[in-house]
Design a protein around this ligand. Structure first.
Ligand code: ARG
Length: 470
């Protein structure tokens, strides 16, 4: 097949080279942006008098019919035509003749692919932001239902101090608030229009890049043609935001795996969100969390791959840059799928409140509260720490928890202990007393839940504004 760039060649391309060079298999997902970008380019070419109005009309009509065919699934993508840009352009010329051959005036595939990718980014990043909001809402919902659900807070994976399940989930909620902010930054990084940079050095034709930017809702235009065609920072920004987001999901995944184990027994996954073993009939496995944890590694891989692709590239466009797509597309799909399925898993899991409470009651995680009790009676904290440490050692030796020691037993460690110590030791009281700002007291968490809901409302407004500008 004749190539669109075939003029200076005297031989057909080797079939292996065609296959190796082609990106159509994966960049066809840019078809909508490619055609919308070409239509804006056409409008600009006509307005500046570079092509005639009647040619422009034919081009727009032709492009629209191609868009329809692609959406109907009747368009045939050809590997020999390498990528989405040449597949669309060749079809256009086939359909409308010479006018079609005028579309690529004052444009190169280098700035064209950059435009497509910026537009695609602006679309998918808002889709991910929407899923982040839904995920946050799910966290708030489960947190809300568990405001009084006691559980141990862990450090070093050892029971540390009593908290509530609500407090634990709100920690994750805060991570996703930051993810949203990072994604908003990704949008801003992509909201700059590269078309008109040409292959590397702009054009001698009297184009109007700002008109294209306006039609396509871009806030800014690249101020350097070489930067415009070789910049992939906005992809790195997405991959890095996606990696951090996946890391958050992965940490929660790890906890889901632990909590659903028999050893913890804190939660039960819904049967629809777990899988069995082909050999061991009793098994119920938390595959979703494990897969999300696994896919996090793969997402980091895409970030590393692109950083590595870029690090040695001389300006401006090099074909290496075609390698920016598969990893990025895969990261988009991975983050979207993970957020969606994980959310449903969270909303359907059963929280075993009794098991969680048992882990707090049959434990020494109220030891710090006992030390605080002595501090309130005037003992310096270091001394109080030592006294309680001795009481804990005594308890372990005599197989008694702190609530089970008698007042007489306590008196041997300090005369400051009095009857009221039992109240101070009850886990629900320990938690209720932790009213410091951001602490786990249900009263404090109730405030944080309200604040969280209003922050999510703000995010919805932000997202709405971005969606109207994409
Ligand atoms: N498919 C190419 C890519 O994604 C488009 C740009 C090709 N430009 C070129 N001069 N070969 O990078």
């Amino acid at each position: 097949m004749a190539k669109l760039w075939g003029g200076r060649f005297s031989k057909d391309t080797n079939a292996l080279v065609d296959a190796f060079n082609a990106s159509i298999e994966y960049d066809q997902r840019l078809y909508h942006e490619d055609i919308r970008g070409s239509i804006a380019h056409t409008h600009m070419l006509a307005k500046t008098g570079i092509i005639s109005e009647s040619d422009a009309e034919k081009i727009v009509k032709g492009l629209t019919s191609i868009l329809d065919d692609i959406e109907k699934g009747t368009f045939e993508f050809k590997t020999e035509l390498e990528d989405i840009h040449m597949n669309v352009e060749a079809a256009l010329t086939e359909r409308i003749g010479d006018a079609g051959a005028r579309l690529h005036t004052a444009r190169s595939r280098n700035d064209q692919v950059a435009l497509d990718m910026h537009m695609y980014m602006k679309r998918v990043v808002t889709e991910v932001m929407d899923l982040v909001i839904r995920f946050e809402e799910a966290l708030l919902m489960v947190a809300d239902k568990n405001q009084d659900t006691l559980m141990p807070g862990y450090t070093h994976l050892q029971r540390a101090q009593p908290i509530t399940f609500c407090h634990h989930l709100l920690a994750y909620f805060n991570m996703f608030l930051r993810d949203f902010r990072r994604l908003e930054g990704v949008w801003k990084g992509a909201d700059i229009m590269p078309l008109g940079a040409g292959a590397v050095a702009g054009t001698t034709l009297p184009i109007d890049r700002f008109q294209v930017a306006e039609e396509l809702n871009f806030d800014a235009v690249y101020g350097n043609s070489m930067d415009a065609v070789s910049d992939r920072d906005y992809l790195l920004e997405f991959l890095s935001a996606a990696s951090i987001l996946m890391m958050h999901l992965s940490r929660l995944s790890e906890e889901i795996c632990l909590w659903s184990s028999t050893e913890f027994g804190f939660i039960d996954l819904d049967d629809a969100f777990a899988t069995g073993s082909s050999m061991m009939p009793q098994k119920k496995n938390p595959d979703i969390s494990e897969l999300v944890r696994g896919k996090t590694g793969r997402t980091y891989g895409h970030l590393m791959a692109l950083l590595t692709t870029l690090k040695g590239l001389p300006l401006a466009y090099n074909k290496d840059l075609q390698e920016d797509k598969e990893g990025f597309f895969d990261a988009v799909d991975t983050v979207k799928f993970s957020l969606t399925v994980f959310r449903d898993m969270l909303l359907t899991m059963t929280v075993n409140k009794d098991r969680m409470a048992e882990a707090v009651h049959k434990d020494y995680s109220n030891a710090t509260d006992l030390a605080d009790y002595l501090v309130k009676k005037g003992l310096p904290f270091r001394k109080a720490h030592k006294v309680v440490g001795e009481a804990v050692a005594y308890g372990i030796k005599h197989r008694k928890y702190l609530v089970e020691l008698t007042l007489d037993e306590y008196k041997q460690f300090s005369p400051l202990f009095e009857k009221d110590l039992l109240e101070a030791l009850r886990p629900e009281n320990c938690v209720a007393a932790r009213t410091s700002y951001g602490g786990p007291a249900p009263k404090e968490n109730a405030k944080q839940l309200t604040l969280g809901r209003s922050l999510v409302d703000g995010q919805k407004k932000t997202l709405h504004e971005l969606v109207t500008k994409r």
